[in-house]
Design a protein around this ligand. Structure first.
Ligand SMILES: [Zn+2]
Length: 269
């Protein structure tokens, strides 16, 4: 296939080595690396022929809208790998999501979404979920509240993500220096309805307080276990190995996401 102009650069990614000259035609964009190549291979495997079609017609690379439509063929383990690899790119400062054409992504997802993963994260401004996992439009289904607590509305939302949209993994992610957890530990007098969060976090405080990080981690595991138990829709998918529900911890200083549970531990707790 001829690579006659810059617009078609993306199609080269299917066919050329990571060391190809394409970086020189891409202006200020960063050079291709082995990691990029393996990511493209991963997405190519996940999407198959659909990628080439989209890449050709839309002039996009493999990390384009195709990956937003790729979830149906991913296993939960592959979805987990994709999230963790995205986090490694974030930590290394090698984000790929901003190289994707957001206008094309919007177009391809305007009528439907098929995110491959879902998150329950804290509302904290230091936890920008898409950035942390280097994901873009249509890729991850994100629910957030202060303290990343499993409420009935959160359960309903994540059930929709898993049952209707087909997410393959749900990460319940706490983070360092969580204000909601800190307030619950201290039982602070707070205005309005803020203290409504406390009962949800108290079991973790009882288990691991007053250490904040230990309590955050305990809380993530408790909320993940609650999600697995409280939702019959989710627990069925977990039992059938079609969905992983795992607790995780985000270090706001290093940017690193670490798993607090291993795949296969879903039946515990
Ligand atoms: Zn927080």
């Amino acid at each position: 296939m001829a690579q006659s102009n810059k617009k078609n650069d993306a199609t080269q990614f299917n066919q050329t080595s990571p060391d190809s000259e394409s970086s020189s035609t891409r202006g200020s964009q960063r050079s291709l690396s082995n990691e990029d190549a393996s990511r493209r291979k991963f997405l190519q495997r996940a999407v198959g022929g659909a990628v080439a079609g989209l890449a050709t017609t839309a002039g996009m690379g493999l990390v384009g809208p195709s990956s937003a439509l790729a979830q149906s063929t991913l296993t939960p383990e592959m979805a987990l790998k994709e999230l963790l690899e995205g986090n490694r790119r974030f930590v290394a400062g090698r984000l790929t999501s901003f190289e994707q054409d957001l206008a094309i992504l919007r177009h391809h997802t305007s009528e439907k979404q098929q995110p491959f993963a879902a998150l329950l994260a804290c509302a904290d401004s230091r936890v920008p979920v898409e950035l942390i996992f280097d994901q873009s439009i249509g890729h991850i289904f994100v629910t957030r509240n202060a303290g990343n607590i499993t409420t009935s509305e959160i359960i309903a939302s994540l059930e929709y993500g898993a049952v209707v949209l087909g997410t393959k993994i749900i990460l319940v992610m706490g983070h360092g220096s969580c204000g909601a957890v800190d307030a619950a530990i201290q039982g602070k007098e707070v205005p309005g309805q803020i203290s409504a969060l406390y009962p949800h976090i108290q079991p973790a405080v009882d288990l691991a307080g007053p250490d904040i990080e230990a309590t955050v981690k305990a809380n993530a595991k408790i909320q993940a276990a609650l999600l697995r138990k409280a939702s019959t829709a989710i627990s069925v998918l977990v039992k059938e190995k079609k969905l992983l529900v795992l607790a995780a911890f985000y270090n706001i200083s290093s940017g690193v996401v670490s798993l607090l549970e291993r795949p296969g531990a879903d039946d515990s707790n």
